[in-house]
Design a protein around this ligand. Structure first.
Ligand code: SF4
Length: 417
């Protein structure tokens, strides 16, 4: 096999950066494993280590700072045959700490390489979660105030089934990486290296010192016996295969012709408890019964039983890409709270819009056609106003027909109404 390094994109690290040694070690590991580029995905984080995926001829995914592991998890679940290597700096490790813990607990077959050079190299040498307290850097005294994290210890405590510490300068790094990639479960290697571009400007650190530092830590060289357990995705697939198949959603048969052609937009303006959302849903079902595409957007306060309740429904024979209301066919006004929420709407309406207005609710001036509905006089409860307004709309054969409304009510209430 040959190198998988991208000859059109040579590494661009600062001279002497240990990232480049790690890059070549990883390439050697791939080469020794006999992997081809399409069998590998490199998922990178942000920072200098985030450039890794561009230097290889493999599948690549560049993530957000600290989130590379989450993308990698999704990728591995979807494409279990891929060998997935995640590269992350000590900065990304800190920002995405919860993702690291989740990955260790989950034990999905991924390999995480922490390119640990004890600072945020790319952004100016600010302190990271692994910066030693005695060091200086871009954050001034702040770097001395927080206890550095022992990545390996944290990973083991969180359940990593393979954890190792290494130096970017050790000769057997490719072999350790290969062992991690071949391991069936989550593997993490904390690779300690040197950032001459930033860290070395104000601190002394040599490969020998890294070796000495590593010797002082409890040894971590690979599988962690107390955390060995089955790999997540295989267990997941086993459980998933034993589940009852989920019922497919019930289809709604297209039986009617819509009364008007083209896109129809409807806004229901009411208050909490008026079953505005239910009415919107019924209108949507009515649209489906005429073979239309439907969207419903609701707007209400987080609190319940008080405040406005607004529902915007679009019925269209075409696919609905834009779900905003531009030219409503009907506006149904049922409560002052809803009017207050969409006060600006009324001035923009013209005669093409039909407003069904509860006669005890005031609205701002509008050029729309208004039909008043005396719900109070007809003793229609506030909770039934929205449904009654749909009946008025259907009676006028606007947006929906009486047959469409009937079918939707039967569908929604399963003939109990
Ligand atoms: S800033 Fe540091 S980590 Fe980044 S490329 Fe330069 S030496 Fe390497």
């Amino acid at each position: 096999m040959t190198s998988l390094l991208n000859k059109n994109r040579p590494p661009v690290f600062c001279p002497g950066c240990s990232h480049e040694r790690i890059l070549h070690a990883l390439d050697k590991a791939f080469e020794h494993m006999g992997l081809q580029g399409n069998q590998i995905a490199i998922v990178s984080d942000i920072g200098c280590s985030g450039l890794f995926d561009t230097f290889f001829n493999t599948h690549a995914l560049h993530g957000l700072h600290g989130r590379a592991l989450t993308y990698a998890a999704g990728l591995k679940m979807a494409r279990p045959e891929l060998n997935i290597v995640v590269t992350m700096g000590d900065g990304g490790l800190g920002i995405g700490g919860a993702h690291l813990l989740a990955a260790c607990r989950r034990n999905l077959n991924l390999t995480l390489l922490i390119l640990n050079n004890f600072n945020f190299g790319m952004t100016g040498g600010q302190f990271s979660p692994t910066t030693p307290c005695h060091s200086s850097g871009g954050s001034g005294f702040l770097g001395m105030m927080e206890k550095p994290v022992d990545v390996g210890k944290v990973a083991v405590a969180a359940g990593a089934s393979f954890a190792a510490r290494a130096s970017a300068y050790q000769k057997d790094l490719p072999a350790l990486m290969e062992q991690a990639i071949r391991f069936k479960g989550f593997s993490i290697i904390d690779i300690q290296g040197i950032c001459p571009g930033r860290y070395l400007k104000q601190n002394k650190l040599t490969p020998k010192q890294i070796d000495e530092n590593l010797k002082q830590l409890s040894p971590l060289n690979g599988p962690v016996p107390e955390n060995i357990r089955p790999e997540y995705s295989s267990v997941y697939r086993e459980h998933a295969a034993s589940q009852e198949p989920v019922n497919l959603p019930e289809g709604i048969e297209a039986r009617f012709r819509p009364p008007q052609p083209g896109r129809q937009e409807v806004i229901l303006l009411g208050s909490a408890g008026q079953r505005i959302l239910t009415a919107g849903e019924i209108l949507g079902i009515a649209g489906l019964s005429a073979g239309l595409n439907v969207t419903q957007k609701n707007d209400y306060n987080v609190t319940v039983l008080t405040g406005p309740s607004v529902s915007e429904i679009i019925l269209s024979p075409e696919k609905i890409d834009y779900t905003g209301i531009t030219s409503p066919a009907a506006v149904i006004v049922l409560a002052p709270e809803g009017v207050a929420r969409r006060e600006d709407l009324f001035g923009n309406l013209d005669h093409k819009t039909l407003v069904i207005q509860a006669s005890d609710v005031e609205i701002p001036f509008t050029r729309a056609k208004i039909v008043q509905a005396d719900f109070k006089g007809k003793r229609i409860k506030k909770t039934d106003r929205a449904l009654a307004a749909l009946r008025i709309l259907a009676g006028m054969n606007r947006v929906l027909s009486p047959e469409m409304l009937d079918a939707a009510l039967k569908e929604r209430f399963k003939e109990k109404i």
